[in-house]
Design a protein around this ligand. Structure first.
Ligand code: HSE
Length: 409
């Protein structure tokens, strides 16, 4: 029988306990032995909970228990999850986590520590919740040179943008509704400013391209500047505004970006609504592949954590080999990436042409007299920004995002 512990009995931690109990027989069949929870670390008590008696407030009850071989870390944040994880790995216990903050900040070091002690530090649940995207990059697509990773990796912002598009809500009202329904946190900055998606694309891209990407170096824009009128323009262009987290290999290197982009209905990511997540991965042999599912939530995220726990039990005494060098990757500036841009401005088409060169798909909307929207030609972002600086009357602008192969088509 494999004995495990859970640190942090919140939404995901409780989901792990529930999943292991609910699927006990299937897990035993697949692992060859039972996987049971021996201890739960939390500051709180849980009277009436089926796991009530397993709760401890002492980390050492887990650290010093030689029967416990795998520990689930679902505490979130860096303190005390970082020192706890480090000590557990050094004590020869594998750790499985949903904590993207910790993985993005100290994942490289913790993986090294795990390797030195012949155990595993696995983090499937840190990106895309229940979507097994990390396994895809670590196993299924290992014969590929990955050329691009693009995804909707944050459920909160996708819910807000979907509700703005489908119900005509303003950003503030959509956020309030998301908070009321429990989809957005009381302090939603990490989500709406794009930092959550930034951490996730840094983790996925590090795995995809084999070198470490510092999450803080990924240029990031959130969705707070998106307004109802922008969404009406997007609709008129048969587009949606989505917060895309993306990275792409070019001849000279790799760039990454998190930003709200206008994507056309030909892009399958436009069909990803509400709190759902999806990731597209393009390999040089396989072409474009896509993975879709619940990016958050108790049982979906717990499912990913449990998959990692099972992998650790199956690989007792050995570190599962994955391609992830400790070498840092310097990202190319996103300024050099060419694409068309959507611009919304006051004035007339002649002003727009003078400022941006040739323009297309001019849109004028009822109730928004005195302004219009249009697409520019394809140009490097640097050139666009130079033009933008000189242009007068610009109200807002977006990158027109596409998968690379569609741009070539
Ligand atoms: N806040 C995150 C989201 C939770 O909205 O996607 C899952 O990582």
């Amino acid at each position: 029988m494999a004995k495990i512990a859970i640190m942090g009995y919140g939404t995901v931690g409780a989901g792990v306990y529930k999943t292991l109990a609910m699927n006990k027989d299937a897990i035993k069949r697949r692992v060859g032995e039972e996987v049971t929870v021996k201890r739960i670390l939390d500051l709180r008590e849980f009277p009436g909970d089926p796991a009530e008696k397993l709760v401890t407030h002492e980390f050492t009850d887990i650290l010093n228990d030689t029967e416990i071989s795998v520990v689930v870390e679902t505490m979130g944040g860096l303190k005390p999850s970082y020192p706890f994880t480090k000590q557990l790995l050094e004590a020869g216990k594998s750790v499985c986590t949903s904590n993207k903050e910790l993985v993005a900040a100290h994942g490289v070091e913790l993986r090294e520590t795990a390797r030195e002690h012949h155990v595993n530090y696995l983090f499937e649940a840190s990106c895309g919740g229940g979507i097994p995207i990390i396994r895809v990059l670590n196993t299924a697509l290992t014969a590929e040179e990955i050329e691009e990773v693009t995804g909707i990796l944050n459920g909160t912002t996708n819910y807000i943008l979907t509700s703005m598009a489908e119900e005509g809500k303003e950003f503030g009202d959509a956020l309030k509704e998301a908070q009321e329904k429990g989809y957005a946190e009381l302090h939603p900055e990490a989500d709406v400013e794009g930092h959550d998606a930034r951490r996730k694309i840094a983790i996925l891209s590090s795995l995809a391209y084999g070198k470490h990407i510092n999450w803080e170096e990924v240029p990031t824009e959130g969705i707070t500047k998106v307004d109802k009128a922008d969404i009406r323009y997007a609709k008129a262009l048969d587009c949606k505004i989505k917060l895309l987290a993306t990275s792409r290999r070019e001849e000279k290197g790799i760039w990454a970006l998190v930003a709200p982009m206008m994507i056309g209905s030909e892009n399958p990511l436009t069909a990803v609504g509400g709190v759902m997540n999806a990731v597209m991965v393009k390999g040089n042999a396989v072409g474009t592949t896509m993975y879709y599912g619940s990016g958050a939530g108790s049982l979906p995220t717990a499912s990913a954590v449990c998959g990692d726990v099972i992998d650790c039990v199956k690989h007792k005494g050995m570190t599962i080999r994955t391609e992830y060098s400790t070498e840092n990757l310097t990202l190319l500036p996103v300024n050099e990436v060419p694409r068309p841009f959507f611009v919304r401005m006051k004035g007339n088409e002649e002003d727009a042409k003078k400022a941006f060169g040739s323009i297309s798909q001019v849109i004028r909307l009822e109730g928004l007299e005195g302004e219009f929207g249009f697409l520019t030609e394809m140009m490097p972002e640097k050139t666009f920004r130079e033009k933008l600086e000189k242009a007068e009357g610009v109200i807002n602008w977006y990158r027109r995002g596409k998968m690379e192969e569609e741009q070539e088509a």
